[in-house]
Design a protein. Structure first.
Length: 138
């Protein structure tokens, strides 16, 4: 059994943003040499997320609007966590969107359903953050 570990780094220049990281993850699979197995991809920060969905700009806009309704950034004073901080909403958005995904690797490729892609979701950007890619298999 092979195993592989790599950290990917992202810095979103705005507070919120989505990045399709499917190509980055596939590159890790290629580097690992694993042809059959599993890949775990998880955000290593409590204000960021990794999730699977469609790479469609309308959907990405809808996510932004929906998440802002569920956990609005302002007024910052509405959150107890924000004493000296301003990112309580980012913690909640991460909780909704999730920490990680696990995807099957088949014949050396991400074994996706139709339209599926892996995304890094940033909810408190403007600084460097990391994503763990862990691969196990044959």
């Amino acid at each position: 059994m092979k195993n592989y570990r790599k950290e990917l780094f992202f810095e979103v220049p705005s507070r919120r943003g989505l990045i399709n990281i499917s190509r980055d993850v596939q590159d890790c699979i290629n580097e690992s040499g694993v042809r059959e197995g599993l890949v775990l991809v998880n955000a290593m920060h409590i204000t960021a997320s990794v999730f699977i969905n469609d790479d469609e700009s309308g959907l990405h806009h809808d996510y932004d609007v929906w998440l802002e309704k569920l956990a609005p950034h302002e007024p910052v004073s509405q959150y107890r966590h924000n004493v000296g901080e301003d990112n309580a909403d980012a913690h909640m958005k991460r909780q909704i969107m999730g920490r990680e995904v696990v995807v099957a690797i088949t014949e050396g490729e991400l074994d996706f359903g139709t339209w599926e892609q892996i995304f890094y979701g940033e909810f408190d950007g403007r600084r460097r953050k990391r994503v763990l890619v862990k691969i196990i298999g044959e």
